[in-house]
Design a protein around this ligand. Structure first.
Ligand code: SAH
Ligand code: SF4
Length: 356
């Protein structure tokens, strides 16, 4: 799957390296270990990508680095800002593919960044526009990291959610590396509490993730019976609800930490009071919170957004049973900020197809 080269003219992109890998790279050049921390401070702490500007490194080290390495740096090819302040970035990758990133303003000056982990997605969920593209390729760790590096130029990013294009657990190695880079104290110094990974429910990889690294987990549940979930999310045919919920019970959680269950409400499909009842049973014994997301209608999908009263009934049922249930307003609707929708729009424009 690693079709995309790590190198530019055989040089290594330092954005692909964790602190440990950078230390190894430098010791291979006969350099002191602490130089790795210095480099991370320049690259992520100060956003400097030119070795020439890294003035606390000796001239000879800067020259050697210039010969053997580079630091990639992204600028968005297109951006759109919604009336509610949500900003969407489209990035073109070295091989011509594109990915998208969304900055979502929160209370105060805070912002959450929604990042992509793959070009397209292999999971084929029937409600999801990204699913219709199929999987093109995994993103390298540096391509995951660069979405954050580009966005922080517009202001601080307080939280990161891996909820853009792609199934993060289908690209586990690069995602774990990117998380290690986000957590490095010398770099962005993100707390694992500020990063959430969302999965469609790849059970073995969920358990592997829990063994390898700390991160908040979100599970896209979206149905309360195997019959409906099989139709909405083909992954359920491999890992049905019973196995998925068992994996959630095994996922290591810190005190007071909860698993987020995302539940897209689709009119007449999964938004009935019977679904709310089954959902409460499924979540029994799991430290959980539920995000209720009204389905975002898009071209090519026959699914419809739920009626406002069915959202209210569903949410009230959960709240009355002491389940934290937050209704997520779809942000940035006027800029098609939902998963995969800007990419879809741009590709339609490029193919000169009429808008939906
Ligand atoms: N592949 C991972 C993470 C990315 S999908 C996953 O599925 O969890 C990001 C989120 O967008 C998922 O929760 C998905 O259910 C949601 N989503 C996809 N299409 C949507 C739509 N049309 N309306 C609302 N949410 C959608
Ligand atoms: Fe992939 Fe997530 Fe979309 Fe499903 S919802 S197709 S897993 S991006």
């Amino acid at each position: 799957m690693n079709r995309h080269p790590l190198t530019k003219q055989d040089k290594i992109d330092l954005k692909n390296l964790t602190l440990e890998e950078l230390t190894q790279f430098l010791s291979g050049m006969g350099k002191e270990r602490f130089r790795a921390a210095q480099l991370l401070r320049w690259i992520y702490g100060r956003g400097v990508v030119s070795f020439a500007e890294m003035t606390d490194l000796s001239k000879s080290l800067r020259e050697e680095l210039t010969e053997r390495a580079f630091v990639s740096d992204w600028t968005a090819e297109a951006t759109e800002t919604s009336s509610d302040g949500t900003k969407k970035y489209l990035f073109r990758l070295a091989d011509g593919q594109t990915v998208e990133t969304v900055r979502i303003p929160m209370e105060g000056e805070r912002a959450t960044l929604c990042i992509s982990t793959q070009v397209g997605c292999a999971m084929q969920c029937s409600f999801c526009l990204t699913g219709t593209f199929g999987l093109v390729r995994n993103l390298e760790a540096g391509e995951i990291v660069n979405q954050v590096c580009a966005a922080v130029k517009d202001g601080p990013v307080n939280n990161i959610v891996l909820m853009g294009m792609g199934e993060p657990l289908h690209n586990l190695d690069n995602v774990v590396k990117a998380l290690q880079i986000f957590y490095a104290a010398e770099g962005f110094d993100f707390s694992p509490r500020k990063i959430t990974l969302s999965t469609s429910g790849l059970v073995p990889e969920m358990l592997e993730l829990g063994r390898r690294i700390r991160v908040n987990l979100a599970v896209s549940l979206n149905a309360t019976t195997d019959a409906v979930r099989d139709e909405l999310m083909p992954v359920n045919r491999s890992y049905p609800l019973k196995e998925l919920m068992a994996a959630c019970r095994q996922y290591p959680l810190a005190p007071r930490q909860r698993i987020t269950f995302e539940y897209i409400l689709i009119r007449g499909v999964n938004d009935t009071p019977a679904d709310a009842r089954r959902l409460v049973k499924l979540l029994h014994g799991i430290p959980a919170k539920v995000n209720l997301i009204p389905f975002n209608e898009h071209e090519g999908s026959a699914f419809r957004s739920p009626l406002p009263e069915s959202i209210d009934v569903f949410q009230t049922y959960l709240l009355d049973r002491n389940i934290v249930a937050i209704r997520r307003a779809s942000k940035g609707q006027d800029i098609s900020a939902a998963c995969g929708q800007l990419k879809g729009k741009l590709e339609r424009q490029q193919r000169r197809l009429p808008p939906p």
